[in-house]
Write a protein that binds this ligand. Sequence first.
Ligand SMILES: [Cu+2]
Length: 310
Amino acid sequence: MGETSLWHPPSASTIAPDVDAIFNFVNYVSYVFFLGVLAAMVYFVVKYRRRSATDRPAPVVESKWLEISWIIVPTILVLVVFTWGFKVFVRMNVAPPDAYEIRVRGYQWNWQFTYPEGFTTSKNFTVPVNRPVRLLMDSQDVLHSFYIPAFRIKQDVLPNRYSAVWFEATQVGTYDLFCTEYCGTTHSGMIGKITVVDQDTYNAFVEAGGDVGGGTPEQKGQRLYQQQGCAGCHSLDGSRLVGPSFKGLFGSTQASSTGSHEVDENYIRESILSPGASIANGYPPAMPNNYSTLTADQLDGLIAFIKAQK
Ligand SMILES: [Cu+2]
């Protein structure tokens, strides 16, 4: 989480200043009316207070000017907000035709990003700065909502239908990503980070198949364990989450829907690439079917990492 503030988080996309301007306009106009109504109320309470038991107020006569003004002024304000808001809405929703397109899939309880170059990342994603990016999104299960406060974009993510949103990041940095549609037990854990990098760093990221940084296969595996969202379902300390813990998994004997298996490299590989093939006894078939695009290199890393959890 970034720093907490009563105001908007720092804005980091091309649309953010437009959204803030209209938000601030509505906000400040509301303050003016709030204070105006309050002041009139106090004034009238004092001016027209009951002065004695026999006090009878004069009949109220309508004021044409007053009535005309409280029709015309709000009408103008509402029209201004509508036309202005509509313009920003259209700009927000129509992506430039040359936008870089990333596929986003929401599922309980994570985000998966598939890049046009063919690799994927989970939970977190990376985009180049100063380049329009269109996100084409759908859900594998229930309704989710994709929200990046620093970019001022939010869009529902639905099963059985695509929705899209676009942005152009203006500042290198790391920003929060939230799911803002209650989607079940671990909804509050359906968070991630978007990292905005310059084009050179981005090219290196693509070159490495979405895995930034080198190191041993085990270090790679450790990063992927976080990036790919395995951590949400597989603990390292022996505790039971959605799936079996990785602690002591390698070399153990696992009873599954297809009989007993020794957990070796090939068993892990198969478990990751086609999770439905054999289901560990006592666990739901909840492992996502999304990992078939992991590169051989990434699989090596994950296997080395699981092996090291003794
Ligand atoms: Cu969600």
